[in-house]
Structures are given as structure tokens and as C-alpha cells.
Ligand binder design. Structure first.
Ligand SMILES: Cc1cc2nc3c(=O)[nH]c(=O)nc-3n(C[C@H](O)[C@H](O)[C@H](O)COP(=O)(O)OP(=O)(O)OC[C@H]3O[C@@H](n4cnc5c(N)ncnc54)[C@H](O)[C@@H]3O)c2cc1C
Length: 302
């Protein structure tokens, strides 16, 4: 793999994106960088503006399907921007964008802070979760979020956005549309809880996930959003689609809303399975199932 340092030491070229997403799929990034602080981030954004090339932001790549083609422009992976400030008395927490959700969840429990136990099995970053309004078991990121700090890709300025300006709803926020990079998120959690009880709850949640989802096989988690009052997985399972294969991809036999990469799948294999599911659901139920997974390097579609 050709790796060339260009201009700034931390910008590399022609890097395979396969190890930057949990599907383990994708072509090469024209340029890729992993800033570990805001200064580095500002520098690389300024560099991309000077080059007049687009910027793509990724966290842990756990909700992403990346095209097999070369991804033009600068890919900024935020997973190295880690750390958090936790005030166990007030429950106020500020976590940097690249902080891993499971890691933060465990740290909060150790300090008796209640509110994010549902998040233990979500293998993303705090930045990605704030953008996606990640959630499970009736909880979601917006529940305890106070605000996010962002850097604008177009102007390079750093500013704060309060929760009520982010238009959160089920797996949606305005951050999915804006040219902003989340650098940190602040939360207000509930202090003073029994640490052992929180730990047990977390372990039980994780156990439940491991037993119901194909956790060890590359995937992006749930491919489709749940339609109102329905479970996407149940709809797909009832259509008899579990186990359906295309190339190296398969609709999981363990959980029908997961498409798994069992054997060097290409992005097109995943897209073909998505299309098949959407067509069958449309045929049987008369509505379009919308995807939860975000696409990178493709034309935007539903
Ligand atoms: C096994 C498995 C289980 C999962 N279970 C759940 C679940 O229960 N609930 C759930 O909601 N999700 C679940 N997911 C999906 C995923 O983990 C979440 O959506 C997570 O919040 C994505 O975070 P990420 O850092 O991986 O974001 P990425 O996948 O890297 O990015 C997602 C989107 O956010 C943008 N983005 C990422 N970081 C930033 C940033 N710092 N600034 C601006 N934009 C950014 C990207 O451009 C992209 O559009 C699961 C995934 C897997 C693989």
C-alpha cells in the first residue's frame, strides 16, 4: 500500500478505508488524517480548504457503508480525539468526539452516574453518536445531551450548539446535513447511583446484545430504521430473507436487520441486499424502509 506524506506530517495518501469501518469494506481514501486535538483538526481543515478539496468526517465507522471506489478529498477520522471530563458530583460530563461509547459508559458507571447504560454495545464514538442520535432500549443520546462543540469545515471556526438547536428525532439531527465536525459533547447525567448496580445493568445489556446480534461478524449494526410501530428485523425475517447472500454479504440468520460481511464483501453486495429488502417490503407492505446506515462516496439516496 502506497503511503505518502503530503504537506503536513499527519496527512497520508491512498489509505485503505477497510480498517476504518466496522463493515470492513471500502476503497482507498485520496487523503486521510486522524487528528488527536483541536489544533491538529483546525490545521487539516485549513489545508483542505487551501487545496479546495472536500472533507469527509468519520468516527469509528460503525454506521457507514463506504464505496469501493477511491474516496476523493480528505477523510478526517476523529477516533483519536479521545478523553473526557467527568464531574461525579454534578453529573456534568464533557467527552471528546473520538471517545468510545462503551468506554465512556463504563467510566460513568464507575463514578455512579446513571443515564447511558443502554449504550454499552454501541461500537461508535461520541461524535458519531451525537450526529446519529444513537439509541437503544428506549434511550438515546439526545436524552442527556446539553450541547456539542463543533468546528465549521467551511470557515474553520469553533462554536457551541445547544441541544434544542440540533432538531433531534429518531436517529436524526441537523448535524447529518451541516458541514460541521463535532469535537466534543456535553451531557448531564444522574449522579449518586449504586456503582455495582450500574455495572450489573451494563453487563446484562451487553450479554443480551451478544446473544441476539451477530456481534463478532463485520457489520454496521441495524441497516434499516424501524418503521413507526414496527421492528425492521421482524419485517425482514417474516419475509423469509434471513440467510440471503450476495457476493460476500449475507442477511444475518441471527438478526435480520443486520447485513454481515462474511467473505470480503464489496459495498455493491450490501447495496444489492438493501435493494432486495426494500423491494420485497414495498411489494408486501407498500412502504419504503429507510436505511439507518450512512453512505460515503455514493450519490445520496434513501
Ligand atoms: C454491532 C453494532 C451494533 C450497533 N448498535 C447500535 C444501536 O444499538 N443503536 C444505534 O443507534 N446504533 C447502533 N450501531 C450503529 C453505530 O454504532 C452508531 O450509529 C454510532 O453512533 C456511530 O458512531 P461512529 O463514531 O461509528 O460514526 P460513523 O459511523 O463513523 O459516522 C456516522 C455518521 O456520523 C458522521 N460523523 C461521525 N463522527 C462525526 C463527527 N465527529 N463530526 C461530524 N460528523 C461525524 C459521519 O460522517 C457519518 O455520517 C451499531 C453498530 C454496530 C456495528
Amino acid at each position: 500500500m502506497a503511503v505518502k506524506i503530503v504537506n503536513l506530517p499527519e496527512i497520508k495518501s491512498l489509505i485503505s478505508l477497510k480498517s476504518f469501518n466496522t463493515f470492513k469494506i471500502g476503497g482507498f481514501a485520496q487523503f486521510l488524517t486522524e487528528p488527536s486535538n483541536i489544533t491538529e483538526l483546525s490545521k487539516v481543515i485549513a489545508w483542505s480548504r487551501k487545496q479546495n478539496i472536500p472533507c469527509h468526517t468519520i468516527g469509528a465507522g460503525s454506521n457507514l457503508l463506504i464505496s469501493d471506489n477511491e474516496l476523493k478529498g480528505l477523510t478526517i477520522c476523529m477516533r483519536k480525539m479521545q478523553g473526557s471530563k467527568i464531574d461525579s458530583k454534578t453529573g456534568i460530563v464533557e467527552a471528546l468526539s473520538g471517545e468510545s461509547i462503551p468506554h465512556l459508559t463504563r467510566e460513568l458507571a464507575k463514578k455512579g452516574l446513571h443515564g447511558l447504560e443502554w449504550a454499552i454495545g454501541i461500537p461508535g464514538t461520541i461524535g458519531g453518536a451525537s450526529v446519529m442520535n444513537a439509541g437503544a432500549q428506549g434511550g438515546c443520546i439526545a436524552d442527556h445531551l446539553i450541547s456539542v462543540k463543533v468546528v465549521s469545515i467551511e470557515k474553520g471556526d469553533l462554536f457551541e450548539i445547544k441541544k434544542n438547536e440540533l432538531n433531534y428525532s429518531y436517529r436524526k439531527s441537523i448535524l447529518q446535513k451541516e458541514k460541521l465536525i463535532v469535537v466534543s459533547a456535553s451531557f448531564h447525567l444522574d449522579p449518586g447511583h449504586d456503582k455495582n448496580k450500574l455495572k450489573k445493568l451494563i453487563n446484562d445489556n451487553l450479554f443480551h446484545r451478544l446473544s441476539t446480534q451477530p456481534y463478532q461478524i463485520p457489520s454496521c449494526g441495524s441497516v434499516f430504521q424501524n418503521p413507526l410501530h414496527h421492528k425492521a428485523g421482524k419485517i425482514i425475517e417474516d419475509l423469509g430473507l434471513k440467510g440471503l447472500k450476495k457476493g460476500g454479504a449475507e442477511i444475518s440468520s441471527k438478526h435480520a436487520n443486520f447485513i454481515v460481511n462474511t467473505e470480503n464483501a464489496r459495498a455493491q453486495d450490501i447495496l444489492d441486499l438493501i435493494k432486495t429488502i426494500q423491494e420485497k417490503v414495498q411489494e408486501k407492505h407498500g412502504f419504503l424502509m429507510h436505511t439507518e446506515v450512512k453512505r460515503l462516496g455514493f450519490e445520496e439516496i434513501s
